[in-house]
Write a protein that binds this ligand. Structure first.
Ligand SMILES: [Fe+2]
Length: 290
């Protein structure tokens, strides 16, 4: 690839398999319908090799260039990202079940606006395609200056334990898989907006496998995942494995959305004035624990 010329969508996405620049084409409609089937059935769609093999190398090079910006954290959290015992619940309850989570994130302000990773993220074609898959009218790039576009780094020995996301869906591209471990697992629809699903969650946290699915993701695979209702994790990366790199493209159905101060500090080790400001004017979409 000639990196001196501006990077275009065709340099990044396999437009033959996924003609996201031609939404009236039969292949586009077929890709959308395939994704909808997975999302409706279990809140998960994997678009194999959405990002071309050549582009995945470019994305991974950009991750490696920014590894110094990674914020690593180790916490012992419950699935709701809380760290403190809650006396309102029994000791063995999911709310009071805390598991180690160690990983790193390259934050949103580490990416140049003209790098391949950011161009993929900001592509209006990508956003329209994802909105069509998710059956929502429109998607905007997440406005959070740190969480908008991140790469999750799982180094050898690290894991991203069972948790729920705060967004209803997450879009990821696997940029570099681990050699050993680092497997994505999820419990589709284990809770809903009006049912916390504590019994099923307790089963999985205790090591139970009922309702747990495993994905064999490959480099360039794009995954759309309903992480608000499906508890999920990345299993521990093996001690001699290469790191696992997953780039997270964050979109919201409404413009101008910014993350919570507490969660931002957990993930990135800092907050920006935009986070403090947004905390004052927050509008929540549901009343789940978080
Ligand atoms: Fe997640």
């Amino acid at each position: 690839m000639n990196q001196t010329s501006p990077i275009e969508l065709a340099d990044l996405v396999d437009l033959e398999a996924f003609p996201i620049d031609d939404p009236t084409s039969a292949s586009y409609i077929e890709a959308v319908n395939d994704a909808r089937v997975g999302l409706r059935a279990e809140g998960c769609a994997v678009l194999n090799r959405f990002v071309s093999a050549e582009a995945v190398e470019l994305l991974n090079d950009e991750v490696l260039e920014r590894r110094h910006a990674t914020h690593y954290s180790t916490q012992v959290i419950n699935p709701y990202f809380h760290t403190a015992f809650n006396p309102d619940y029994p000791v063995e309850h999911p709310v009071n079940t805390f598991i180690e989570r160690t990983s790193g994130f390259i934050p949103g302000d580490a990416w140049d606006r003209d790098c391949a990773t950011d161009i993929l993220f900001q592509s209006s074609e990508v956003a329209r395609f994802l909105a069509d898959c998710l059956e929502i009218p429109i998607l905007y790039c997440y406005d959070d200056p740190l969480a908008r576009l991140v790469t999750n780094i799982c180094d050898p020995g690290q894991q991203l334990t069972w948790h729920f996301d705060t967004n209803e869906f997450t879009v990821t591209v696997l940029v570099q898989p681990a050699d050993e471990g680092g497997v994505f697992e999820y419990a589709p629809g284990i809770r809903s907006a009006d049912d916390e699903g504590f019994d099923a969650i307790a089963h999985v946290l205790a090591g139970g496998r009922n309702g747990v699915k495993t994905l064999d993701l490959q480099p360039g695979d794009l995954q759309i995942f309903m992480g608000r209702f499906s508890m999920h994790r990345v299993t521990r990366v093996g001690a001699s494995s290469r790191p696992r790199h997953t780039t997270i493209l964050a979109y919201t159905p409404e413009p101008g959305v910014i993350g919570r101060v507490e969660r931002t500090r957990q993930l990135f080790g800092r907050v920006l004035p935009a986070h403090e400001h947004a905390e004052q004017e927050r509008v929540r979409s549901d009343a789940l624990l978080d």
